[in-house]
Design a protein. Sequence first.
Length: 238
Amino acid sequence: MWWFAALHANLLLLHRRAGGGNAAQPLLDAGCGTGGLLARIAGAYPERTAVGLDAEPVACRRAAAKSARPVCAGSVNTLPFADGAFGAIFSADVLCHRDADEHAALGEFHRCLAEGGVLVLNLPAYGWLMSRHDEAVYNVRRYTRRGLVRLLEASGFRVIEASYWNVVLLPIMVLTRKLLPAGGAESDVRTYPAPVERLCRAATGFEHALLRRGLRFPFGGSVIAVAAKRSSGEGAHD
């Protein structure tokens, strides 16, 4: 689906641009679901160990089969890993989930990152955009770029880069989710007709090209960020 293709490409872009974190340590997809992003990470970094974690055992089994990488069942609120175990942690649309404690999870991400490690996040944008889609996928919070930066800094991270994305399709999201809401909880993550799929891929592909060239979007349907683990001697605004 166009959404996942764009999301994964943007997360990998920010990770590479931040220097890839501590290359001597494994990579973690925290909240890996059925393994789409984990498979992309494994494909992008075949020489590095990549691990997945998800709270749902069924999703863990599917993710392991899809990615051919080890996946364990567990919560982002209490990661079952040693301190400094990972060179980079990816987390896509997890802190917003009803079962995630954003402060506890960020504390665990910080603990489990090695020195020089980076955290790469994607989250849904704007609390006012809460809708039937969020209800269907169990989202209980959405974020602004500024709010996410403050949250990361308060959790011991130094934000390297943060931007909105999914700009072109934001008016359609507002129209379908707020102005013409459907009855009942229904996720937007589903199969679309081929012409719609191609249009959405073109729009998000254009945005990805602009992000790759260093553009930061002032608004959008999602917010993406990469942050480094601050060392013990590094101040919040160093």
